[in-house]
Design a protein around this ligand. Sequence first.
Ligand code: 48F
Length: 259
Amino acid sequence: MELNEVIITRAIVDRFHAKFRDNLETDVAIVGGGPAGLVAGHFLASAGKKVVLYERKLSIGGGMWGGGMMFNEIVVQETALRLLDEFGVRCHKYEEGYYTSDSVETVACLIARAVQAGLTIFNCMSVEDVMMRTDRVIGLVLNWSSVEMAGIHVDPLTMRSRFVIDATGHATEVVKVVHKKVPGDLRTPTGKIEGEKSMWSDKAETLTLENTREIFPGLYVAGMAANATFGGPRMGAIFGGMMLSGEKVANDLLKRLEG
Ligand code: 48F
């Protein structure tokens, strides 16, 4: 049988549009495909929730690929080892309390397990705004990253979700939009974005978990975005806190969705 280029094209266009249409209304929408977003997506999808993730870049994985300063190994502390196990990532004990894993293997396993659990991922798509009602976030405003990068004026499209997770890392992009454009204060001490502080790994890893919560009705923060929102420090190339934060936001949302 001779391969037909038009059928190849039609297959891609039809399947993509069915996937996009099927995710216009979800339980949870995650912005950012770093470790926090992927782990959150995995646990929500595993529990049978409808969950979608949007990532601006071509590649999923956020800041994990590059390990520390492009040395492609990451460090994970004891408390998060069970998550490496859950995702099938092999790790090595470096010394008491410090474990390492290959960053490429870790990202690959997080993506594979999350997608196979039922998480739908759209890459090359940027979230440029939220959809709001009186004092509540109810969805996301989407555009192609290529539109954003070209700086051309093309109106976006919209999806609705019961909850949104800002897992955009240091940039806290969704929280920034909400703070600027949605009436009402953030649930931080000042009602504003407190801003990320300089490196303090131990404190940052603990605070990442504490700061993983609902920041505005309908909007949760997870991963580095949680610390940047609440004024926590950065932690560097130790990733246990990111994965634990993804697990925590998933568990909190499962309670909300089932409550
Ligand atoms: O930065 P990122 O990996 O966030 P994370 O899951 O993990 C942080 C660590 O990588 C590291 C650290 C701790 O070890 O400090 O930095 O909290 O992934 C965030 C992803 O969000 C995407 C961005 O391209 C990245 O892949 N992103 C950011 N803004 C948007 C977005 C947006 N507006 N729309 C879509 N994707």
